[in-house]
Design a protein around this ligand. Sequence first.
Ligand SMILES: [Zn+2]
Length: 244
Amino acid sequence: MHGNKGRRVRLGRAVVAAALLFLPAAWLASHAAVSDPGRTGDPRLTATELRWLQAFWPVLLFARDAGLPVDVVVQPQAATELPPLGLAWLDGRCKFVLSLRGNPEVPATDARIAPEIFEAAMQLMAAHELGHCARHVRGEWLAADGLLPVTALQREEGYADLVGLAWTQRHHPSLFARVHAWLLAERELSRQRGPVHDTLAWAQLASRADRFGTRSVFAEADALWRQGLPGPTEAPGAGPPGGL
Ligand SMILES: [Zn+2]
């Protein structure tokens, strides 16, 4: 019991820091963890939210140091139709939106991640969203002309996955193969739900850590991403090439 209490205090302190850096002021008064991850409407962060936020933490610090305008939004209501983590672009700022309460995708996501790669996989997810953020900030989001919307979105997802993998190569090199295999399995699942997250062509391009160099994770992702784009002679909307 004491151990749990001590752990909860440490988690609470971590989230106070998160609130100071990224969260709206309303969250400052509500930093204690509650034990039921499915609880909705409670102003306190749940244990699951704290665990996920702590895992994302290095990516959030990186975003701050890189000058990216990132805020964290924790949805207090049940959001069963949303992905656990998503990115919204609002008034020139990137909102990392956590929709974990009452969301069946949360335990499902947890169950698909081996404990040894939990932090690395979570950071890949956060870096993926940071990839979206960088494209918004640069004014490049969906900026390619003549593409079907689904193809344009698919390309954005491909770029974001590569930012996530570049982050993995940079920060968890010894786990790269395992995290990459986890991502491929996730994308196989995504593909069954629709084409937007069918980024396998790009993920397969980045099958080895040495496909990434030493520039920023965004620059390294961009170089590989362009290799995976169709050539200029292909019709717009053709999507990423197969067989890569
Ligand atoms: Zn995405």
